[in-house]
Design a protein around this ligand. Sequence first.
Ligand code: F6P
Length: 323
Amino acid sequence: MKRIAVFTSGGDSPGMNACIRAVVRTCAYNQVEAIGIKRGYEGMIEGDFVQLPPSAVSNIIHLGGTMLKTARSSRFLTQEGRKLAFLQLQKHRIEGLVVIGGDGSFKGAETFYAETGMPVIGIPGTIDNDLVGTDFTLGFDTAINTALSAIDKIRDTAASHNRLFFIEVMGRDAGFIALYTGIASGSEAILVPETITDIEQLIKLLETGWSRQKSSCIIIVAEGDDAGGAFEVAQKVKERFNHYDTRVSILGHIQRGGSPSCQDRVLAARLGVAAVEALLNRQKNEMVGLINNQITFTPLTKAVKSNHLFDPNLLRMVEILSV
Ligand code: F6P
């Protein structure tokens, strides 16, 4: 293999730049030419390709976002779009692909491989941590630390005013960010899409806290919770329980940006090196991940979102610790 292309796709996540760097440098180390595709599958369809010599990725290891830009492509969902993309890859003599992205990006890669036979290795890059085949996805550690530092600050003001705060974190379909930040911030309850939210039970818990003289409370709500976002949940609770002055805070896209944590940079390096080595080893249609601190490969077909990853014991722990 003489030419490998790398691209980022779907929502950006901290550590993508460090991972692009690892892919590019591993290519150079193995005398393989690295090409960057801008704006994910959109750029692939349009032939938006750039040469990536080792110097092109200098001084990006600490930067959030992605130097290659990213997009969610609706054109790649069509066979016509995928045909155009394949023609561009042939024109640029690309022999293998590394896609850094989430579930949607891998579904696209899998279909593309089935239709064209183009070898592809996926690297899990999403703040949501919702993929089978890796213990942690790239960007999750940074995102939870960003959210946690915001929640800690909200705790200061919540405690000073004796308020009840509903804090919404990202996670359209997955509650990992909510779960980890909720445990680490000592929140009273965590509402996630993986479990059915019982507003009655939440009110009971708040009543108990009130009777035990809790002066303030923090409830973490994943944006995709079945009871609604933080505003909706706060409204439902307020109608029936109004002992505290209530406020809502939506953390939003600050969770996606910022300099990647040390853990995310190391993960980026390990996954980037392994992805290129896998392609050179003639592996294809797989996602590289880290399970029990070991590099692991999972067929792309299996590396899709899965709710069964969620450990209900962690949620049970919150009930114990918020007593
Ligand atoms: O998948 C990553 C993610 O940040 C989700 O947590 C969130 O629901 C979504 O992307 C937001 O997407 P967008 O930036 O397109 O609004």
